[in-house]
Design a protein around this ligand. Structure first.
Ligand code: ADP
Length: 384
């Protein structure tokens, strides 16, 4: 069902929206309505044979939020929400959109406003997920609003289909892969294996584990998209925690003969307490260190913990390929990979977007410095 929601404090505008999307509304109706509330120019002809919509309206932000919540709870979510910016006396459009996003991260949002008191850039920064956000200035015409609704509904549907497809395929692959990994371990332990068999078994193990971690990244990314990431924060002594993370990856370092893997904690950083979700931050650590190993042929990978300006900084520095300055901004986006020698290394381009999602949720900073052919430094910064 194509459920769309309009939130606007003016009753007359809400009525117009409803009539525009009524199944049987004729183009003459639209013309008449549009001339009442929206821009009169360029009405053109509205194709009434297009898809049908189930329209809900709310005249205050919190009522709209409630409708979205009910939709999600009843498994009949809205595909698109059109939200007016100014809605006195209640919360404004931006606050409404934030609450709606928390409940349903997949919903398409259109911010509608007659004023330019806040720019699209600022709204996108506050709200996040700019790929699911549009900005529509009043006055607009009826056809415009229908086109927005049509296209966003189709986009929303396609994304759900794509996510379901990836999720189903990934889950289906997990089971046979687990048995490959299990039987591989058993075979590895078997005696009387020729040197050739050991070598081939090594390749099988490597590929199976790689596939497993790619599938896990895909599933995690879908999970983050589907629902708000809830942190299970605990107080933790950072130096002990990160040293443990570091040690758990020593076996990876052991297989890289030309790289030294080091850990250092400054005196100042000792015994500092941070409030984190340990599982998630360990995941960030693993992604950064795995990348450092992936993109470094020889030299050093230095993990360090230090303090500066009221923050505790976990740094992973490598002497690897580095990243060109104009590519640095893109590497945190989903499926983004640098087109260079980097492509010789396996990956889906999801690891850093996962790190970013987790760090944002911790309200902690993620910083990167890199120089092509010299190496990269990634920092996780926690307020202490
Ligand atoms: P993946 O490693 O699976 O490609 P990521 O999201 O972890 O995905 O990283 C995105 C891209 O950023 C990588 O493909 C690579 O081009 C670049 N990158 C990440 N970490 C490093 C690093 N330590 N050194 C050089 N390039 C890196």
């Amino acid at each position: 069902m194509n459920r769309i929601l309009f939130i606007d404090d003016e009753e007359e505008i809400l009525k117009s929206y409803k009539r525009i999307f009524e199944k049987k509304s004729a183009s003459s109706d639209l013309m008449e309505l549009a001339s009442g509330f929206f821009d009169e120019e360029d009405q053109g002809s509205v194709d009434t044979s297009e898809m049908t919509f189930d329209v809900s309206v709310a005249n205050q932000g919190l009522d709209g939020v409630e409708l979205v919540k009910t939709g999600v709870d009843e498994k009949m979510p809205y595909r698109v929400a059109f939200i007016d910016m100014r809605m006195p006396p209640g919360i404004n459009g931006l606050e409404t959109a934030k609450k709606i996003r928390e409940i349903d991260p997949k919903i398409e949002i259109v911010i509608v406003t007659a004023y330019s008191d806040i720019s699209f850039k600022d709204i996108a920064l506050e709200l996040g997920a700019p790929d699911k956000l549009l900005y529509l200035k009043k006055p607009f015409d009826a056809q415009e609003i229908k086109q927005f609704a049509n296209n966003l509904v189709v986009k929303h549907k396609n994304e759900l289909i794509k996510d379901d497809f990836i999720s189903n395929v990934s889950h289906e692959l997990k089971t046979p892969l687990s048995s490959i990994i299990g039987f591989h371990s058993l075979l590895e332990g078997a005696s009387e294996l020729s040197e050739d068999s050991k070598e081939y078994l090594g390749y099988i193990g490597h590929s199976a584990r790689l596939m497993n971690s790619l599938i896990s990244e895909l599933l995690l990314t879908l999970e983050f998209q589907k629902s708000e990431l809830n942190l299970n924060r605990v107080s933790c002594q950072a130096d002990l925690f990160f040293e443990r993370c570091y040690k758990l990856l020593e076996p990876l370092a052991a297989s890289k003969k030309d790289i030294t893997y080091n850990y250092h904690c400054s005196d100042e950083a000792r015994e500092k307490i941070i409030e984190i979700d340990e599982l998630r931050i360990e995941q960030c650590f693993n992604n950064l260190v795995n990348n450092a190993f992936k993109f470094t042929k020889e030299g050093e990978i230095n993990v360090s913990l230090s303090c500066a300006d009221g923050t505790l900084i976990l740094e992973v520095a490598d002497t690897g390929l580095g990243i060109a300055e104009d590519k640095i901004q893109t590497i945190f986006e989903k499926f983004s990979r640098v087109e260079d020698k980097h492509h010789e290394v396996e990956g889906l381009g999801l690891g850093l977007s996962i790190v970013k999602t987790i760090m944002d949720k911790h309200e902690a900073k993620l910083h990167v410095e890199s120089e092509l052919t010299k190496g990269s430094k990634f920092q996780l910064k926690f307020t202490i």
